[in-house]
Design a protein around this ligand. Structure first.
Ligand code: SF4
Length: 726
């Protein structure tokens, strides 16, 4: 055996000629991996590696991080500002002054003609926290439109809404270290190995030291479901029914934590009355999980010394997304699993700085989790910025999904998109195209000029990418990580902070607001504004962030490091300090398969790609493993329709159709097909995206489709290849 090993060729790592490694933080997902980019003797980025001493990733990176250095010189980076009068005319190059003047002029014109809210802004989860803060200052303090949101409405809004309803504030209460202490993990609608490979690796590390049950709830037999101790293949959109039923068993059998409920929560009686109606037999007919399994899972979870739940889009992207999150929180509150090691409700976020936008962008409120609806909060921020508090609206404006509807009805005439690509990410592509065509003025600010939405813009502002600038990202576990500047911006592209500052100079509207010119200057402002608040940053500095490889908030002035968990004292953010147990009656309100459209359409991610492939679609090392859109289909269902493995089929809904390559697999049940969401002109041509009433997040994962064989296989192959586009 030993002999055999000796004979094996040793692994050789190619010498890339790295002369210097520079510390930064990965710019893709919310895991928050510390990364070093290797520069050769000419200053070119030639390699990436994980940082060994970083607590998050402990030297590891997923495939996206490993090739991240290739982004700096990837295809179709924006170099010069571009402008045109009509979106179907060719662009012409402009100077920065000319382009920014044009954008500022159009914002002023539209607001003067139609009112301040007729211009809208949708940003992202990708830029730095300091940039979010500065954009918020510009929008709330100068421009004055209330129709300002982030694209996190498409992914995290239900988690935010659910946390606020249960705990009185946004903010994930737990951390990755909880894997080391939990005695039961429940994962709902999260395919962790593909979506967040390094968080999954942290879980595997914990499981290697100590076994505990892993229960995965997912309609598909995902990679995660394949390694679970118990897999619950739930019917789409019925998480609330399952969660109510688990609570039913816990209360019925007296497994709840009475002392915790009485000390730290309100609303138990009304909650218990509603869950009484969700006995496992009744629930099994709706959610598709048999009675015994529901009882077994409820007992396992409630009897564990510490139990935790993680979730991703499977819960959030639903017409019951916010209720699903509240249902998870209810489960953890009645079992006393909030604020203790190994017990938590941990929403695994998506984009690298989805948390930063939630904390500091002022999209749905004011900086530092302050509310527009709260007079004291309006006064605090107005005083700090030196403006009249009456300039602020007294309630939040439209969410992204409602902004698009308001463009459709003609109430909004202008839109500024920052690092987001609705032509691929919004449900119902045909409708999105019609909406964008209605705009009098669309400006796209992005690192890539070929982003699909730019086809409909009147101005394009080329932004610097990720580590071409400096600032912070907050990860899933509230860890603030420092993104150090590794390279200068590509060509004539500029950091988003610089662009916001240029617009601020032109859009002051006599406010006299002073804008920080550097990222560290903005960081100083948000440190001061955070003092004494739940998300206290005041004990952080850039040096400490780099040295400690990230710090979890709260970290107040004088503290050496941050706090891994929230609510350890049982004090929540509602005015009475208690968490709310909220009854969740289930209403079946989504499109369902029927005779004409007999399949559920499910969508999700693949490990090689990130969101709309704006970045990963440019990298050969990622594209070669996941080159084209495809559809997973059950072999029995395909046989009935005469659709062979590897052929092209047409996916049809009431909205539109898309042609995709068929991959036959038992991973999906007979009445479901699954399509990765990354590809343009694919799944969102057919998706419906009804909205959650609380969070306004679209239900991407539930709609009805039919599948037909395609006669012209050759033509379909050509079109499919074109969908790769890069
Ligand atoms: Fe980057 Fe996320 Fe991969 Fe870590 S897991 S390397 S943060 S994409």
């Amino acid at each position: 055996m030993l002999f055999g090993r000796r004979r094996k060729n040793p692994i050789r790592i190619a010498d890339k000629g790295v002369k210097e490694w520079r510390y930064t933080t990965c710019g893709y997902c919310s895991t928050g991996c510390s990364i070093e980019v290797g520069l050769d003797e000419h200053g070119r980025a030639v390699a990436s590696r994980g940082v060994g001493g970083a607590d998050v990733n402990r030297g590891k990176l997923c495939i996206k991080g490993i090739f991240e250095h290739e982004l700096f010189n990837s295809a179709n980076r924006g170099n010069k500002p571009l402008i045109r009068d009509r979106h179907h005319e060719p662009f012409r190059e402009a100077t920065w002054d000319e382009a920014v003047d044009r954008v500022a002029g159009e914002i002023k014109r539209i607001q003067a003609t139609y009112g301040p809210d007729a211009f809208s802004i949708v940003s992202t989860g990708q830029i730095m926290t300091e940039e979010f803060y500065t954009l918020g200052k510009l929008v709330r303090g100068c421009i004055g439109t209330n129709n300002y949101d982030g694209n996190t409405t498409l992914c995290m809004a239900s988690a935010v809404s659910g946390y606020k309803r249960s705990f009185g504030s946004d903010g994930p209460p737990g951390c990755y270290d909880d894997f080391e202490h939990t005695e039961c993990l429940l994962a709902i609608g999260s395919n962790l190995p593909e979506q967040h490979p390094i968080i999954f690796w942290r879980l595997r590390q914990a499981l290697e030291k100590r076994r505990f049950p892993v229960i995965v709830v997912d309609p598909r037999i995902t990679m995660f479901a394949q390694m679970a101790d118990i897999h619950l293949p739930i019917n789409p959109g019925t998480d609330v029914v399952l969660l109510n039923s688990l609570a039913h068993v816990i209360v019925e059998e007296g497994l709840e934590e009475r002392a915790y409920i009485e000390a730290y929560t309100t609303g138990f009686d009304a909650f218990a009355e509603v869950v009484q109606g969700y006995d496992p037999r009744t629930a099994s007919h709706i959610c598709g999980i048999d009675e015994d399994t529901i009882r077994n899972v409820a007992r396992t979870y409630a009897r564990a010394g510490a139990a935790m739940t993680i979730w991703t889009m499977g819960i959030n992207q639903s017409t019951h997304g916010s209720d699903g999150v509240v249902g998870v929180n209810n489960l953890n509150l009645i079992t006393g699993n909030i604020g203790k090691r190994g017990g938590t409700s941990l929403s695994i976020t998506g984009q690298s700085n989805a948390m930063g936008t939630r904390e500091w962008s002022s999209c749905s409120g004011l900086p530092g989790y302050r509310l527009l609806e709260n007079e004291e909060h309006r006064k605090e921020i107005a005083a700090y910025w030196g403006i009249d508090p009456n300039f602020f609206p007294t309630r939040r404006g439209l969410a992204q999904t409602d902004i698009f509807a308001a463009i459709e009805t003609g109430h909004i005439k202008g839109l500024w998109l920052v690092a987001t690509n609705p032509m691929t990410s919004m449900p119902d592509t045909a409708r999105t195209r019609r909406i964008l065509e209605k705009l009098e003025f669309l400006v796209v600010q992005d690192a890539y000029a070929d982003v699909e939405t730019n086809e409909y813009s009147h101005a394009y502002l080329p932004a610097a990418l990720w580590a071409e600038k400096e600032g912070c990202f907050t990860n899933t576990e509230r860890r603030v990580n420092l993104v150090r500047n590794v390279m200068p911006p590509y060509g004539d592209s500029k950091p988003d902070l610089w662009i916001f500052n240029q617009l601020a100079k032109r859009l002051q509207n006599g406010s006299g607001i002073v804008f920080p010119e550097t990222a560290e200057g903005a960081f100083q402002e948000l440190r001061e504004l955070s003092k004494g608040r739940m998300l206290d940053y005041s004990g952080m500095t850039y040096e400490k962030l780099e040295k400690q490889r990230g710090i979890q908030w709260p970290c107040s002035d004088g503290q050496q490091t941050g706090s891994p968990r929230l609510y350890t004292d049982g004090v929540f953010q509602h005015p009475d300090g208690k968490a709310r147990l909220i009854p969740l009656p289930f209403v079946d309100n989504n499109e369902r398969p029927d005779e004409a459209y007999p399949f559920w359409l499910n969508s999700g991610r693949v490990v090689e790609h990130f969101h709309t492939r704006t970045r990963t679609g440019k990298l050969g090392n990622l594209n070669k493993f996941s080159p084209t859109p495809y559809m997973e289909m059950n072999p029995d269902a395909a046989r009935g329709l005469g659709i062979p493995h590897g052929s092209y089929a047409r996916l049809i809904s009431r909205r539109g159709d898309a042609v995709v390559m068929v991959q036959l697999t038992q991973r999906v049940p007979r009445d479901m097909v699954f399509v990765p969401f990354h590809f343009h002109e694919c799944v969102n041509r057919v998706s419906l995206g009804l909205l959650d009433p609380h969070s306004r997040q679209p239900a991407y994962k539930q709609c009805a489709v039919r599948v037909e064989p395609v006669a012209d296989q050759k033509g379909a192959a050509v079109r499919n290849l074109a969908a790769r586009s890069y």
